[in-house]
Write a protein that binds this ligand. Structure first.
Ligand code: SAH
Ligand code: SF4
Ligand code: F3S
Length: 440
């Protein structure tokens, strides 16, 4: 039996896709290995969102040459968003890559693998995007899972065309998956002992089945009803589509987690317009207010980009101001990276010097660090229900889990076991972690 090693970069969708890939290959008779030295095929599932994400993958591919010299049988394939973006160009630029396969072509993988195996020096590219592929009928093989928390893809693609973003080009048109298959997957996971599912899409709240009739809030309700002991999360929601009806459904089901990831990107209306985000700062703040109204204990997290085209000091200050207003519990913060093929690449200058982008990013990071610490300090003394996930990285004597707000809490293990719900009282904190103790 030939063995496959899968290495995954990028967002949660990519990790979920790797489990679909594993399922497809398992069905075709391939085995998997945990050490890449044992592999006949190394598949790298890649991200193209920023230049540094691609540079990491290129570096990795070149590193693998040494291993290929030792094992001439070894074939390397590049999958995912970078494969889609660069297509066969990638095989010209990286000579030790035998095949590329885009995100909608994974059913072709068994053929691809056998073709590059049977032809000496054979190279293949499968990058066609689809308007219908959702892999709905494939039961993912959860290779890297912890048996407690799992991802479920509910839609694929994005057509929001934010000016800076490559995703609409690498992932294709938006399409939603049959709700029955989603609910069935959630139920099976629960029966297998999983206690948390995260519903995934680039823009989950534009989920839509049967034209208009069955939308994201209805889907959330159905998944929440699988069992009150199953936690339900989702990512990512676009602020323009964050509806009151979703917040109402969340308020109704305590097992829908009190955490909303609401990427803002910038606190300046001029930037938001140029980015084609389709909302204003005022709209965004109104949505934050609605979240607090429906779900007083909900945490809010975000994504932000520093140094987008023409961003002035004033625009940057507006972003800092917005961070002070919203007081995010967590933020993913990035320097703008120009991506080939996007609207910004065609029409806007990447005119903020690297050093200046870095300074602005560092200011946002520093501010967010202060806010996160202050937010966490307010948690001290509170009690939460924690889903225990496993051993803490620092000490075998400690376990960690997350509360509904998605905050990590570390505590002395006592009689707690992974996969169970326990009440934990917060006794101290850092900016990143809460430290707690079991409430007996
Ligand atoms: N679909 C999600 C975002 C997916 S990409 C959403 O719209 O919310 C994750 C994050 O990467 C984005 O929110 C954005 O902050 C960042 N990002 C995307 N393109 C980028 C680029 N060209 N440069 C820097 N950051 C980028
Ligand atoms: Fe990219 Fe915008 Fe789509 Fe998010 S919504 S994936 S940022 S184009
Ligand atoms: Fe990256 Fe593709 Fe996800 S570009 S962020 S892996 S959708």
């Amino acid at each position: 039996m030939e063995k496959v090693y899968i290495e995954t970069y990028g967002c949660q969708m990519n990790f979920a896709d790797s489990d679909v890939i594993a399922s497809i290959l398992k069905g075709a008779g391939y085995g998997f290995c945990e050490a890449m030295e044992e592999a006949d095929f190394i598949l790298i599932n890649t991200c193209a969102i920023r230049d540094n994400a691609e540079q990491r993958v290129r570096h990795r591919v070149r590193e693998l040459r040494a291993l290929q010299n030792k094992h001439p049988q070894l074939r390397i394939g590049v999958l995912g968003c970078m494969a889609e973006r660069l297509q066969s160009r990638l095989m010209t630029e990286e000579e030790n890559v035998s095949f590329v396969c885009g995100p909608d072509a994974y059913r072709r993988l068994p053929d691809l693998l056998s073709q590059v195996r049977s032809e000496v020096g054979g190279r293949r590219s499968e990058v066609e995007l689809s308007t219908t592929e959702t892999y709905a009928d494939i039961e993912p093989v959860r290779l890297s899972g912890n048996g407690i928390s799992a991802y479920i893809s509910i839609m694929r693609g994005c057509q929001n065309y934010c000016a800076y973003c490559v995703v609409p080009y690498t992932r294709g048109r938006e399409r939603s998956r049959d709700p029955e298959t989603i609910v069935r997957e959630a139920r099976t996971l629960f029966e297998q002992g999983y206690r948390e599912v995260t519903l995934l899409g680039q823009n989950v709240n534009s989920y839509r089945w049967n034209e208009e009739s069955f939308t994201f809030p209805e889907l959330m309700a159905k998944v929440a009803e699988v069992d009150p002991q199953l936690r339900v999360r989702f990512a990512t929601s676009h602020p323009k589509d964050l509806s009151d009806s979703l917040l109402e459904v969340m308020a109704k089901y305590p097992n829908i987690c009190r955490c909303i990831h609401l990427p803002v990107q910038s606190g300046s209306n001029r930037m938001l317009k140029l980015m084609n985000r389709k909302y204003t700062v005022e709209w965004y703040l109104d949505r934050v207010e609605a979240i607090h109204r429906y779900l007083p204990d909900c945490s809010i997290t975000t994504d932000v980009i520093a140094g987008f085209s023409t961003e002035t000091e004033e625009d940057h200050q507006a972003t800092l101001e917005l961070f002070r207003k919203v007081r995010y519990d967590y933020a993913y913060m990035f320097m703008y990276s120009l991506r080939e093929g996007t609207y910004a690449w065609k029409h806007l200058d990447d005119d903020i010097p690297e050093e200046e982008k870095k300074r602005r990013l560092n200011e946002i990071i520093a501010l967010q660090g202060e806010i996160a610490l202050e937010n966490n300090q307010k948690e001290v003394g509170r009690e939460y229900e924690v889903l225990v996930e496993g051993e803490s990285h620092r000490s075998k004597q400690q376990l960690f889990g997350r509360n509904s707000q998605n905050k990590v809490i570390v505590f002395d293990r006592g009689d707690a076991v992974a996969g169970s719900y326990r009440r934990v009282k917060v006794i101290s904190c850092t900016a990143a972690t809460l430290i707690g103790e079991l409430v007996q």
